[in-house]
Design a protein around this ligand. Structure first.
Ligand SMILES: Nc1ncnc2c1ncn2[C@@H]1O[C@H](COP(=O)(O)OP(=O)(O)O)[C@@H](O)[C@H]1O
Ligand SMILES: [Mg+2]
Length: 228
């Protein structure tokens, strides 16, 4: 783990460990809905965020990345939560260099930093060392260049991001990407916070394509489902 990194934990890759489960199937449904959300223009860059912390952003981002890769798309999961990164831990990768390294050093070739995962078609870009100013570097011109470069090698880039309520990072990146998905967690997300998050994203001109409902308890026969 790089210096200054916050201690975080891996998230469950249900779509890998239980590929035929109801939950994995729900993630495939989310995939289908995302694919059909933009009819005129193919969605190539997607931000995952939520109102507050621990609502399932990273879990949804990682599992969605797996099912999109399963469909044959070349997928890159980017850990753009430079404050509480989890992607490297989840995919048992190292996080010595990552997104922050690319943003700080123009000379670095992203091919040398992007790591293949055990899932075919799925690569990951860890967060890299924690910078002092995450919002600033995510909002930089350099970030736009990096996104453009990455798009030459991947069909879909998924950005795992911090929550909207506390920092501006997700707003900033939502404005630079094709679509944003909001994760809502049962018994955790407050309605007002969700409305505030949606409003903040709309102010940033984000294209909010829908909400992923993440249920913490098995109250229904599946834990995740989706509506727009
Ligand atoms: N539906 C769920 N049921 C049980 N635990 C969950 C569920 N969704 C997420 N978690 C757990 O909650 C914690 C926070 O999830 P995470 O995806 O890291 O949230 P975020 O990225 O929004 O902070 C993790 O430990 C994760 O394993
Ligand atoms: Mg997270």
């Amino acid at each position: 783990m790089p210096k200054n990194a916050t201690k975080t934990a891996p998230v469950p890759l249900i779509t890998l460990t239980q590929g035929y489960s109801a939950i994995a199937e729900q993630f495939r449904t989310v995939r289908t809905n995302v694919q059909f959300s933009n009819i005129d223009k193919e969605l190539k860059t997607l931000v995952l965020t939520s109102a507050g912390p621990s609502e399932g952003k990273s879990t949804t981002a990682a599992n969605l990345a797996v099912v999109f890769a399963n469909s044959g798309k070349r997928v890159l999961l980017v850990d753009a939560d430079l404050r509480k990164p989890t992607v490297a831990l989840t995919f048992k990768a190292h996080n010595v260099k990552g997104l922050s390294s690319l943003l700080f050093d123009r000379k670095i070739d992203f091919h040398k930093i992007v790591q293949r995962s055990t899932v075919s078609n799925l690569s990951i870009l860890p967060s890299g060392p924690r910078p002092p100013n995450p919002s600033e570097i995510l909002g930089s011109q350099r970030m736009e260049e990096v996104i453009r470069d990455l798009q030459k090698s991947f069909d879909l880039i998924i950005f795992d991001m911090p929550p909207v309520a506390t920092v501006t990072d997700a707003q900033i990146l939502s404005a630079k990407t094709d679509g944003t998905l909001l994760v809502v967690r049962e018994r955790k997300t407050k309605k007002q916070d969700l409305m505030d998050a949606k409003r903040l994203l709309e102010i940033a001109k984000a294209n909010v394509i829908g909400v992923v409902y993440n249920a913490a308890k098995k109250t229904r026969d599946s834990q995740y489902y989706y509506y727009s």
